[in-house]
Ligand binder design. Structure first.
Ligand code: FES
Ligand code: FES
Length: 188
């Protein structure tokens, strides 16, 4: 058993200690907000906070994470109220969204130690790849989140999704889903 704290809850993983933390989180803990992009440390989609530091979870084994405090995107806030989440939405720094959890975690890690980062510091601390190219908006969003954390600005909380996932699937013409529950549709 490999014990750690994930999103403020104690967790024991009954897995090989060499298992990448990314796979333990996604496949055993069902925390699929953390994305599997490259699996090789290049993209940043898998970033989680480990004792407050943003790390690529594909490069960290659960053995190395033993006894540490892990925060995934699901634990950053329960209601999307973290300033980074609010600012990413407000600045429309999200397109397809695949990179967004990793970026939000990297930004949260940066702002935790430096709530007033320069553009250069943001680009250095958030090297995450975004195939949609949100980079200019991302800098604005992180600086805006910093202003919120310094109490220079407030952002209205991002609205909750206005549509049930099952209803969203029904609205896609090429995809028929009859009487499916949200669980049937998967979460990633
Ligand atoms: Fe970990 Fe790409 S999946 S850096
Ligand atoms: Fe699509 Fe970044 S928003 S990969």
């Amino acid at each position: 058993m490999t014990a750690m704290t994930v999103n403020e809850r104690p967790v024991d993983f009954d897995m090989d200690p060499d298992t990448p933390l990314l796979h333990a989180l996604r496949d055993a803990a069902n925390l699929t907000g953390t994305k599997y992009g490259c699996g090789a440390g290049d993209c940043g989609a898998c970033m989680v906070l480990v004792d407050g530091e943003a790390l690529r979870s594909c490069l960290v084994t659960i053995g190395e994470a033993e006894g540490r405090f892990i925060t995934t995107i699901e634990g950053l806030s329960r209601d999307r109220s973290h300033p980074v989440q609010q600012a990413l939405v407000a600045e429309q720094a999200i397109q397809c969204g695949f990179c967004t959890p990793g970026i939000a975690i990297a930004a949260a890690g940066l702002l935790r130690g430096n709530p007033d980062p320069s553009e250069a510091q943001i680009r250095d601390a958030i090297p995450n790849l975004c195939r949609c190219g949100v980079y200019p908006r991302l800098v604005r969003a992180v600086q805006r989140a910093g202003r919120v954390m310094r109490r220079r600005e407030t952002i209205s909380a991002a609205p909750a999704p206005g549509i049930d996932p099952a209803d969203a699937a029904r609205a896609v013409p090429g995809m028929r889903v009859e009487d499916a529950s949200p669980d049937d549709l998967g979460s990633d």
